[in-house]
Design a protein around this ligand. Sequence first.
Ligand code: XMP
Length: 304
Amino acid sequence: MVKVDKFIHDSIEKIRKDIKGRAIIALSGGVDSSVCAVLAHRAIGDMLTPIYIDTGLMRKGETERIKTIFSDMNLKVVDAKVNFLTALKGQTDPEKKRKAVGEAFIREFEKDARKLGARYLIQGTIYPDRIESEGGIKSHHNVGGLPSVIDFEGIVEPIADLYKDEVREVARALGLPKEISDRMPFPGPGLSVRIIGEVTEEKLDVVREANAIVEEELVEQFAPWQTFAALIEKGTGVKGDVRVHGWIIAVRAVSSRDGMTAESMELPWSVLRKIESRITSEIPNVSRVLYDLTPKPPATIEFE
Ligand code: XMP
């Protein structure tokens, strides 16, 4: 994108023109919603309430991180962990899980929007989200859910025409910390799409720890477009002298331009071995670690 400053100026003007009342935005801590929150805050100041919903499906330390970074905005943090786990209980189908998370978001949002008297919703939808949802690949929950159900006067999507790398450029120009501008994408439904089958608290604890280890080992050193761990199922292993039925964790690291296609990264064997060793020794009840070689297509980046 050639004219970042012009984009910023024009979107602030447009937000000011489109929003004639109190507005809310769901802040996830990712680069998309953060950019939108800053643009909207510059446009309408305290008429904006950013809401961070702690779904319990977030990465390790995420909630504390968000509170610190956005402490100068009117940030509202909602603890909705129990609601999300309840909504996901018994759900094994990937699309139903996505819808369940989307609906739990809607319910939280409706409550908060009503309390605040907010008539406008700002969303960090970007171009690839629209293409993939319209193409019927997956229902990205920030596109498929909120707008149709909540009776807002207006939905504003300031970065709906941008690709991810363009959003990052805007983030840098807005002065957001590198921690946000260079942040890997993280899906709206959170860790629920990194657990095959039903989501439980135990699986969430395992996959959250595994994600933290993978990020520690790979993000700085290899700057992948996206890297994470997913929990597959249980398999037989042996720990000490005892046979165990432990979790299988898959590690994924991809390079990509915009998430529409992706290549599995060729990582040094020693690094992969270190990740395996840390995951199996630091997380109880994990007995096997795999590395995913599949490009997109035929796989998607996430496991569900
Ligand atoms: P896939 O797995 O479809 O992912 O190859 C492409 C990019 O989109 C992210 N992703 C999502 N983001 N809601 C989101 O906001 C979703 O439901 C969702 N599913 C996937 C994924 O992490 C990758 O960056």
